[in-house]
Design a protein around this ligand. Sequence first.
Ligand SMILES: Nc1nc2c(ncn2[C@@H]2O[C@H](COP(=O)(O)OP(=O)(O)O)[C@@H](O)[C@H]2O)c(=O)[nH]1
Ligand SMILES: [Mg+2]
Length: 242
Amino acid sequence: MASLSIFFPAFNEEAIIERTVHGALKAAQANGADYEVIVVDDGSADATAQIVTRLAQEDPHVRLVRHATNRGYGAALRTGFASATKDLVFFSDADGQFDLGELPATLELASASPVVAGYRIKRSDPWHRLFIARSYRLIVWLVFGLRVRDIDCAWKMLHRDALARVELESNGAFISSELLIKLKRAGVPLTQIGVHHYPRTTGVSKGATPMVILRTIRDIIRLRLGMPLAPRQPQEAGAAPR
Ligand SMILES: Nc1nc2c(ncn2[C@@H]2O[C@H](COP(=O)(O)OP(=O)(O)O)[C@@H](O)[C@H]2O)c(=O)[nH]1
Ligand SMILES: [Mg+2]
């Protein structure tokens, strides 16, 4: 059985992070003995990091990686990828919109596919988010030729060697597109799986703020033009803000 890293980017998720980590531990245990659950705390101002510190003391499978300041979703994913040590690397959101109990089906597909990407069977987000997502999907298809069911679905499992074939740069939400575009360019096959999606019940959604959207547009233009997406800096947890 392949060893498994599960990680979550988390920004101010104190109300739910404990439940999320426990859900991940339960799902990982069912897969085998060799696993870790990592929370990438992206400079949260609330008690997210303190809670994960306690969880890590209670269970050595849990690990906290921390950014000193808020660097963005993409930066948090890149830190998660860099911190994960196992053969299979899985990430999802920390906010409880996905059910980690659905992990076995994804693990099964991953035994035959280097990358398994989820799509939300019925996305539980406000209508304006669905509109933004549709437009974004169309743009990414037109600009990069990438056609997947649900680019931003935070439910992706990758084999370590697939991950090693791409170098990711985005610090923002564009990271999900960047990942899939670069995997496609590298010829890595992708399998998709439907997952359920639930409304956010605690905390605040930051998925499509004006700043997130502007950063995404900038990253689309830069990747299309072959420019670096972000200034080059060592990817270390707690590194200086950019
Ligand atoms: N690391 C990091 N994570 C973030 C940031 N913004 C949101 N997240 C996390 O990314 C996940 C998805 O964010 P969310 O706000 O729920 O986006 P939505 O589901 O698209 O509305 C959650 O686990 C958040 O805690 C950020 O600036 N940095
Ligand atoms: Mg969410």
